[in-house]
Design a protein. Structure first.
Lengths: 711, 275
């Protein structure tokens, strides 16, 4: 029973045989396939369903799901609760009417598990009751009632599990589920079960929430139980491992385009708390142990690093990272917190940051978040350069740059405008009010301050409402601008109009110049100030544009940088680039360089990335790095990897997702997928089992920046 | 990330007194600049024909190079769009080198720093000066050396010597590297006496030094040194051969020189006994 590793390094064995078996079977699709046996519950029998209001339909769906979804208790499981309806795996609420799911579900959010663990669901119910009393007779009554209805549904589901556990004779699990999640947890075991049970219910209802700072929540329980002598390190590890393994209940194999391990079950570990104290604790290391042993990639885990992060943490992170699989990523938390506070977040709030289940930074438990990725290269090519029409002329680089910036500003204004139109209405008195949106009470219950305000999560209930425009194709855009600057204005190799003509012909008629553009310039990612400063200037100007559009409504509009693999769908629409690329080539991912242009190694790449004023982009900019396994081998390799992580923090990074993988191994996995079933790779903010990616995605991952360090 | 501990910046100094059969940096043997040309990269654009010395001529797409006429001015490299012609080597000041090294300061931590390599770094008379300047800037230093030159003067400025011990049989050493190993061994012990920290680098070449006498002598050498942390075994590889082509020589990579797994294992067993 081997848990595969891309480097052939043997994973350690610390967990019990039974737990390892449970993991192995879960990774082997056992529970995923079971989940697909019952796809959803049917609402057809409900009288008068068609005439219900949306919220009433929603409440009926949640009640049906809670009452009828199969109860699953896995042999030997330490924690209980399961999201057993298959339709949830494809991001929909698993309740159908006339054969079709009625509602979409939500993701890209991290729920308020802190309240669940420390105050319990009873606290939430008490608030819901008083809100109902307060809003009875107003237009908020229906939502307030929905909160109570969904809590009733949750109670039914909880009781069904208690009954089933009793029947099966699972006394420990039964006892452990009696008080939680209703009362505050009183032990480590209860705390883990409490988080899991609410998480499982949200997923059962179709949603994909992230979990957030789990080691922070569990720390006081671990400490107290160990001091009392009722918990050992080994036992704690087993319990946590079961949490991870239960999270594999949706793994079914198959082919999914962008891969299967993408339900955004993100964890954020280590880092400082509201008071600025480092929370790294034994639970942090237990999580790393589990990832190291089982290689479960379904919980992408990001480590919050700062200049004082202990060596012990960095070395453990590096040890686990070099096993590959792309499970671990890192934040430079100082820079993230700086970005959030400069943007206007309160310092304590900023220090609490986690992410949305993917990597975009947000304050957990109280943020309604969405982002809008756009191909910024196409704005340059189609708007500013008018698809290389011969009418375009600029007599200086600054003239071109400023024209591009104007187009970016116009685009962002249009974007904000259309998002607002979709989600809000302007009232007669000029105030923005929220439009009605799809019901999502199950989420609203666990996101502040929906219950208190009597407003749904999507209708102004959340404390922070964020729409983040994301720059896609950053490196490609910067490199195009840089190439034009050099070719036309600095080196005067060709006139502007002639270059436009050459590009409109897709480089067919000037191979020598194309080679020149490809080979003679050092583009973004090589620590060449000339190119890097264009990137820095652009991101700064973009951040300023986003700032200027703030405050026009209930939304805030912070910028970010990402592609998330969309460069695949954008590529057919892209024209030739001045940097020497032809039409339709798939180009840069996230904040990483255009593949093939980064020739100076990992440290130069990080240096280039850190030159940007990343603290002006509170949502973040992701840097992907792929290292060869040979670079991270042995003690020397470990030291080197730790040095890269420290350098990233010292220089002021934001988010970095290294992966250790060999393109040769990935190509072998393409040829023989059945030998590489559990080989996991970082994709673009999530990871996935490589063989579940379709060929296009696989090719893109293989092509992504590979840093062979030292030849 | 292989030339010493941590993240390192490697500075290659041109010129070497040895001519090893297995050299994988042939472009580093000469102390001066070299013209490198790759026919694979040439697209026949003829931008190099501006050469004032007539080095580059074309018959259709066929690119002919007259190396004897080349004065290494770098004009063709400037104009070549694909990098098919390049000049290997440039002059730098110590200050300029230090500036490059310091770019990665954020990554060095306690262990990383600079490694001098080449060629043979100590062939250059300013190598010691460079090392001294690095230490003055607080940079950790490592040197890869063949040991042909007396390094006593350098010892105070070097944190780690990566010292080649290519062959322990004197006659064979002369046959395959062009020089005897006598003075190399003398320098090794001198450096050791002076307190140098040393790691031995032992290339393993099938049919040349793949024999037990050599393994034993290496093991004995490690034991007899005061400050030697061990041996890095470097199995011969044929990749350097392709680089020879860039110099206008034929690819001299020879796969028969590659040692077997068994030979590598045997050598390592001898070395482990010396710990």
């Amino acid at each position: 029973m081997e848990f595969s590793c891309v480097n052939g390094i043997k994973r350690p064995v610390r967990l019990s045989e039974a737990t390892r078996k449970f993991a192995y079977e879960s990774l082997g699709h056992k529970y995923g396939l079971m989940t697909k046996e019952t796809m959803s519950v049917s609402l057809d029998e409900i009288e008068g369903f068609e005439s219900f209001t949306p919220i009433k339909k929603y409440d009926a769906a949640i009640m049906k799901i809670a009452s009828e979804a199969p109860v699953r208790i896995c042999d030997g499981e330490l924690i209980s609760g399961a999201a057993t309806l298959g339709t949830a795996i494809s991001h929909q609420i698993p309740a159908t009417y006339n054969g079709k799911p009625v509602f979409m579900s939500l993701s890209h959010l991290t729920a308020d598990f802190e309240t669940v663990v420390f105050k319990g669901v009873n606290y939430i119910r008490a608030n819901a009751c008083s809100s109902y009393e307060k809003y009875k007779g107003t237009d908020k009554e229906e939502f307030a009632k929905s909160c109570l209805n969904c809590l009733d549904a949750f109670d039914i589901w909880h009781k069904r599990y208690l009954e089933a556990l009793k029947e099966k004779g699972c006394t420990d699990n039964y006892n452990n589920l009696c008080n939680v999640p209703y009362k505050p947890a009183a032990s480590f075991y209860e705390a883990v079960q409490s988080i899991w049970f609410v998480f499982a219910f949200m997923r059962l209802c179709g949603n994909w929430p992230g979990i957030g700072r789990i080691d922070k929540f569990l720390a006081p329980f671990y400490k107290s139980d160990v001091e009392k002598g009722v918990l050992t390190e080994e036992r704690a590890r087993e319990i946590l491992a079961h949490f991870f393994i239960k999270g594999c209940e949706w793994i079914c194999g198959g082919n999914y385009g962008s891969g299967d391990a993408q339900h955004y079950q993100n964890l954020v570990i280590s880092g400082i708390n509201e008071d600025g104290e480092d929370i790294t604790n034994p639970v942090t290391y237990l999580i790393l142990d589990i990832i190291e042993e089982l290689g479960i990639s379904d919980f992408p885990t990001t480590v919050r690093l700062n200049k004082n992060s202990p060596d012990k943490l960095l070395y453990r992170v590096a040890e686990v990272m070099r096993l590959g699989g792309g499970v671990l990523a890192v934040y430079d938390e100082e820079n993230v917190i700086k970005a959030m506070t400069e943007y206007g977040y309160d310092l304590c709030e900023a220090r609490r940051f986690a992410n949305d289940g993917c990597w975009e930074v947000q304050v957990p438990g109280k943020t309604n978040f969405c982002y809008i990725p756009t191909d910024f290269l196409q704005i340059l090519q189609k708007n500013t350069l008018k698809s290389y029409d011969n009418s375009v002329a600029f007599d200086s680089f600054d003239a071109l740059y400023n024209a591009y910036l104007d187009d970016v500003k116009a685009f962002c204004e249009g974007l904000l405008s259309s998002v607002l139109q979709n989600n809000m209405l302007k009232c007669e008195d000029g105030v923005w009010a929220w439009r009605k949106n799809i019901p999502c009470t199950v989420i609203s219950l666990f996101e502040q301050d929906c219950v208190g305000r009597g407003l749904s999560y999507l209708e102004g209930g959340a404390v922070y409402n964020v729409i983040s425009p994301h720059v896609g194709g950053l490196a490609d855009t910067v490199n195009s601008l840089y190439a034009i600057k050099k070719l036309v204005f600095d080196d005067k190799k060709i006139g502007f109009a002639d270059l436009m003509r050459v590009l409109s012909e897709n480089w067919e008629n000037d191979e020598a110049l194309r080679q020149y553009a490809l080979n003679k310039y050092e583009y973004y990612g090589n620590d060449n100030d000339e190119a890097d400063m264009i990137c820095r200037r652009f991101l700064s100007d973009f951040a300023d544009i986003c700032d200027s559009l703030n405050g026009r409504s209930g939304y805030i509009f912070p910028g970010g940088v990402s592609t998330f693999g969309r460069q695949l769908e954008w590529s057919p629409h892209r024209l030739a680039c001045a940097s020497g690329r032809k039409q339709g080539e798939i180009l840069a991912a996230n904040a990483s360089p255009t593949p093939g242009t980064d020739r100076q190694g990992a440290t130069a790449l990080i240096r280039s990335y850190c030159k940007n004023e990343l603290h002006k982009l509170p949502v973040g900019a992701a840097l992907d790095i792929r290292l060869l396994p040979s670079c991270t081998k042995g003690d020397e390799g470990l030291d080197a990897l730790v040095s890269l992580l420290r350098g990233f923090v010292n220089l002021g990074g934001f988010f970095m997702q290294p992966d250790v993988a060999d393109a040769e191994i990935l190509k072998a996995a393409q040829e023989n997928p059945k030998d590489y079933q559990n080989l996991s790779v970082r994709v673009s903010g999530w990871n996935a089992r490589f063989v579940t990616l379709n060929k296009e995605w696989q090719d893109m991952v293989i092509q992504q920046n590979e840093c062979g360090c030292g030849y | 990330m292989h030339d010493g501990p941590g993240v390192r910046t490697t500075v290659f100094l041109k010129g070497c007194p040895l001519r090893c059969l297995w050299c994988h940096n042939p472009e580093m043997q000469s102390a001066g600049k070299e013209l490198l040309y790759s026919s694979k990269k040439c697209i026949g654009c003829q931008a190099c024909v501006t050469c004032k010395n007539g080095v580059h001529t074309f018959k259709g797409l066929e690119h002919d190079i007259d190396r004897a006429k080349c004065i290494r001015c770098g004009e063709c490299e400037k104009n070549c769009p694909t990098g098919a012609t390049q000049i290997c080597g440039r002059e730098m000041t110590i200050a300029g080198i230090i500036k490059e090294i310091k770019k990665d300061e954020a990554f060095y931590g306690g262990q990383g720093g600079v490694t001098l390599s080449g060629g043979e770094p100590f062939l250059q008379k300013n190598a010691v000066k460079l090392l001294k300047a690095c230490k003055e800037q607080g940079i950790n230093t490592a040197v890869e050396t063949c040991g042909y030159y007396d390094v006593t003067e350098a010892v105070p400025y070097v944190d780690l010597f990566l010292w080649d011990l290519k062959d322990t049989n004197e006659k064979r050493h002369k046959k395959y590297t062009g020089v005897s190993n006598k003075r190399i061994l003398e320098n090794l012990y001198k450096a050791d006496e002076a307190g140098a920290k040393i790691r031995l680098r032992c290339i393993l070449v099938n049919g040349v030094n793949t024999n037990k006498e050599h393994y034993k002598k290496v093991s004995d050498t490690v034991k007899s040194l005061k400050n030697c942390s061990g041996v890095d075994v470097l199995p011969y590889h044929a990749y350097g051969g392709a680089k020879a082509e860039l110099l206008g020589l034929s690819d001299n990579g020879d796969k028969t020189l590659i040692p077997t797994e068994e030979q590598i294992k045997q050598f390592k067993e001898y070395i482990n006994k010396s710990r």
